[in-house]
Design a binder for this molecule. Sequence first.
Ligand code: CA
Length: 335
Amino acid sequence: MRKIISLVIAISMLSVIATGCMGKNQDNNLPKIGVCLYKYDDTYISTVRQALEQGFKNKATLYLNDGKGDQGTQNDQVDLLIQKNVDVLLVNIVDVGAAQTIVDKAKNADIPILFFNREPDQSVIKSYDKARFVGTNAKDAGVIQGEIITKTWSSGEYDTNKDGVMQYVMLKGEPDNPEAVARSEWSIKTAEENGIKTEELGIQVCNWDTETANRAMEAWLSKFGDKIEFVVSNNDSMAQGAIAALQASNYNKGGDSKHIPVVGVDATDAAKDLIAKGYMTGSVLQDGQAMSNALIAIALNAYNKKEFIENTEYEYDATGIAVRIPYKPYEGTEK
Ligand code: CA
């Protein structure tokens, strides 16, 4: 009887050891990185996600989470990642207003946290010395639009009334959204800095929406017709709506049809298609691969308890807590 009992004990001890070993083998002692994405169903975010999976391969064990556009869901995911003892948290927050809650969770668990893409208030990031932000600079997208406008306008062929002034209409995302404000301002400011005289025929808030922009463009076409020489849009969805209205009035159909240049932001699949067909002039791309490269380098530094940007190509902007990834122009010649 005693022999049987000791055999049972021996076997269970062996299995405990075996399980322990297996756990270690599976983890390979790699850093554990918890990643919370605001939603998988977003073109740009899905690019970043794929790049992270590739880039962290053999360097870290990733715990990926789909926030499904719901902050409550994301809060639960952060709690679970903390319970799993992840070494670093990467958070693409659903609602920037909830950032302090998330920072406090990370701070209580002493886990470094990198927010990316959707930008919490500076004061929230600064409330924890192991918190940083990686994102774009709102102004950049506008500046790149301005460069595309400059290049397009310089051919001279779009100054329909030959007055040396670019008459344009502006499709604005939201009234006070920082991206919308910066894009509206810097697209035109950059063109002007490059020597183009401009005149705004109309500006309309269309809430980033294709249909709303379509109606705005229809109204402008009936009011101004050929006086419109350029369409500047805060995003591609609205640009797409404007192009549909232009085409309904026999503009921008390729070949010999009249053409009014349209520039957007996002490089969506629909925009890429319109650009490839020559119906749209250009867009601005958020570089998901570059974002992922930065997150990987900075997260691994955090894991190794180094300063976040030590020995990387990255530097902080004036805030001292944010790294900015540049936008890129998209004019259809890129792969
Ligand atoms: Ca003109």
